[in-house]
Ligand binder design. Structure first.
Ligand code: NAD
Length: 482
C-alpha cells in the first residue's frame, strides 16, 4: 500500500477574478473515499456570493463576446497546456477526492485538456451562411451569437472532465460562466479554474462558487440575465432545473443518467469480449453515465460469458487508487455504498444468482466489491435503476427482437453497446437502439470530437463535437438592401 502524501489545495470560491471564502458560515467536509479521512472543508456561499458571481459574469460578457475567437482560443489552449504540464499533480487530486486509480486519472487529465483544445479550435469556426436573396442588391445572412451568461453545474464522478467540458464550450462560444462544481470534489474544479486564471482569462468570464445546490440553482435560474443552463447529473435534478429554467426560457443542456444496454451476439469470441467488458464495467468503479450495465447475452453463450466475466473480474485489484497496482478504487461516497447494498439486497430477495461480489470490502473507506447479478428479469431493481457503481447484470435473450425490446424498454437512452460479427445484425441494431450513442465492437461512447447527449430521460442537447460550441450560441438572421 502507498504512503504518498498529496498536497491538498485551498478551497475558496473564484468570483470576478478574486479568490474568496464568501459570506457564508457553513462548510462541507471533503473526504478521501479510500480512507474516510478529511481532506479539507469547502466554504458554502450564500445569496450575496451568488449575486456577486452573476454580476461579474454579466459585466464580463460585453467584452468577452467581442474578444476575437482567435484570442479566446489562445487563452483556452494556454489553460490546456498548463493542465498537461500539471498532469501528475491533477491526477493525484482526482484520486484523493474521488478514489479513481491514478492510472485512470491521468487519462482523465488528458481528456479534459483535449476538450479544451477541441473547443478552442471549434470556437474559431463559428461560421454563419449567406442566403441568396429574392431581389437584387440584397444581402441575407445567418450568424451565430453567444447566448450570454451561463449557469453550469458539474457532478463528482468525472471531477476534471465535466467542469472542463462546461468551461471550454461555454467560453469558446463567447459566453461567460458561473460554475457550481460538486462540493465533493471541489479541489479538481478549482485547479482547472486556476489554470484558466494563469492562462490570462479576463476577470469575471469564469466564476466558481459553492453552496447548497438547491439554493444556488434557485437563485441563478430565476435571474433573467442567465441565458442557459448546463448540468450533468441525475435525471431527477435535471428535471428540477428544467422547471426552474422554463419561466425565462433558458437554453438547456442536460447530460443525465443512463443504464447502458450491451447486446452480445452468439457469434463473438466470448472470452475476449468478457475480459474487455470487465475493464469497461469497473472503470471508475462503474461511476460513469456510459458504463455498460445491462448485459443482454444470446442464451447459447450466456453461461459461458458469465463464467469468463467472473473469472476475469476476480483478478481485479481493489484498493487505494494511489497504489499503481490498483485496478479499481472505492466508490465516491457512502450513498453509493448504500445504493449498491440496496440493489444487491433486492436481487438476493428475488433469488437472483450473484456469482461475483455483492458485499462491502473492509471497514475503512467506501469500498464495494466488483459485483455481477446474473440472469435478472424486468422486475429487478437493477433492471430499472442505473447502478452508478461497480455492478452490472446479465440477462439471456433468444432473438434479436427480444434483445432490442429489452434494450429500449427504459425511458433513458444515453450510451449503448453491441458486440457482433454480423454486419446485418450490427446495421439493424444501429438503426433500432434508441440512445444518443450506439457503439459496435468497442467501448468508447464519447470523445471530444464526437457529440454526446441522451435521448428522453437521459437529457437535452449535446456536449462535444461541432455541436458543443453552437449549443451556447443563438442564430441571428440579418438582411439589408443597398
Ligand atoms: P445528483 O444529480 O443529485 O448530483 C449531481 C450534482 O448535481 C452534484 O454535484 C450536486 O451538487 C448537484 N446538484 C444536486 N442537486 C442540485 C440542485 N437542486 N441544483 C443544482 N445542482 C444540484 O446525483 P448524485 O446523487 O450525486 O449521483 C447519483 C446519481 O446521479 C446516479 O445514479 C446517476 O444517475 C446520476 N449522475 C449522473 C452523472 C452523469 O454523468 N450523467 C453524473 C453524476 C451523477
Amino acid at each position: 500500500m502507498t504512503t504518498r502524501t498529496i498536497a491538498y489545495p485551498d478551497l475558496s470560491s473564484y468570483i470576478g477574478g478574486t479568490w474568496t471564502r464568501g459570506s457564508g458560515t457553513e462548510e462541507v467536509t471533503v473526504l478521501n473515499p479510500a480512507t474516510g479521512t478529511e481532506l479539507g472543508a469547502v466554504p458554502l456561499g450564500i445569496n450575496d456570493d451568488f449575486v456577486a458571481a452573476l454580476d461579474a459574469a454579466d459585466a464580463a460578457f460585453g467584452s468577452w463576446r467581442r474578444t476575437s475567437p482567435t484570442t479566446r482560443a489562445e487563452i483556452l489552449r494556454r489553460a490546456a497546456a498548463i493542465m498537461r504540464a500539471r498532469a501528475s499533480e491533477l491526477a493525484d487530486l482526482i484520486t484523493v477526492e474521488l478514489g479513481k486509480p491514478t492510472r485512470e486519472a491521468r487519462v482523465e487529465v488528458v481528456t479534459a485538456a483535449e476538450h479544451i483544445e477541441w473547443a478552442a479550435e471549434e470556437g474559431r469556426r463559428g461560421y454563419g451562411r449567406d442566403i441568396p436573396a429574392r431581389t437584387p442588391r440584397t444581402v441575407q445572412t445567418v450568424r451565430r451569437e453567444p447566448l450570454g451568461p451561463i449557469a453550469g453545474f458539474a457532478p463528482w464522478n468525472a471531477p476534471l472532465i465535466t467542469p472542463a467540458r462546461k468551461i471550454a464550450y461555454v467560453l469558446a462560444a463567447g459566453c461567460t460562466l458561473v460554475l457550481k462544481p460538486s462540493e465533493e470534489t471541489p479541489g479538481c474544479a478549482l485547479a482547472l479554474v486556476r489554470a484558466f486564471e494563469e492562462a490570462g482569462l479576463p476577470e469575471g468570464v469564469l466564476n466558481a462558487i459553492f453552496g447548497k445546490p438547491e439554493s444556488v440553482s434557485t437563485y441563478l435560474l430565476s435571474d433573467s440575465r442567465v441565458k442557459g443552463v448546463t448540468f450533468t447529473g441525475s435525471t431527477g435534478v435535471g428535471r428540477a432545473l428544467a422547471s426552474l429554467a422554463a419561466p425565462s426560457m433558458k437554453r438547456l443542456i442536460l447530460e443525465l443518467g443512463g443504464n447502458a444496454p450491451v447486446i452480445i451476439n452468439a457469434d463473438v469470441d466470448v472470452k475476449a469480449v468478457a475480459e474487455s467488458a470487465v475493464r469497461a464495467t469497473y472503470r471508475n468503479a462503474g461511476q460513469i453515465c456510459t458504463s455498460p450495465s445491462r448485459f443482454l447475452i444470446h442464451d447459447s453463450i450466456h453461461d459461458d460469458f458469465v463464467q469468463a466475466f467472473t473469472q476475469s473480474a476476480r483478478t481485479l485489484v481493489v484498493g487505494n487508487g494511489l497504489d499503481e497496482r490498483t485496478d479499481m478504487g472505492p466508490v465516491a461516497n457512502e450513498q453509493r455504498v448504500a445504493a449498491m447494498a440496496m440493489l444487491t439486497e433486492d436481487a438476493r430477495r428475488r433469488g437472483i444468482d450473484i456469482p461475483l461480489g455483492g458485499h462491502r470490502i473492509g471497514e475503512a473507506g467506501s469500498f464495494w466489491s466488483p459485483t455481477l447479478l446474473a440472469g435478472v428479469d424486468d422486475e429487478c431493481l437493477i433492471s430499472n435503476a442505473e447502478p452508478f457503481g461497480p455492478m452490472a447484470s446479465t440477462r439471456p435473450f433468444h432473438s434479436l427482437d427480444e434483445a432490442i425490446a429489452v434494450a429500449n424498454r427504459l425511458p433513458v437512452g444515453l450510451a449503448s453497446y453491441v458486440w457482433t460479427n454480423s454486419l446485418s445484425d450490427a446495421t439493424r441494431l444501429l438503426d433500432e437502439i434508441e440512445a444518443g450513442s450506439v457503439v459496435v465492437n468497442r467501448w468508447q461512447a464519447s470523445l471530444p470530437e464526437t457529440p454526446f447527449g441522451g435521448y428522453d430521460d437521459s437529457g437535452v442537447g449535446t456536449e462535444g463535437g461541432i455541436e458543443g460550441v453552437s449549443a451556447f450560441q443563438r442564430i441571428k438572421y440579418t438582411s439589408f438592401a443597398a
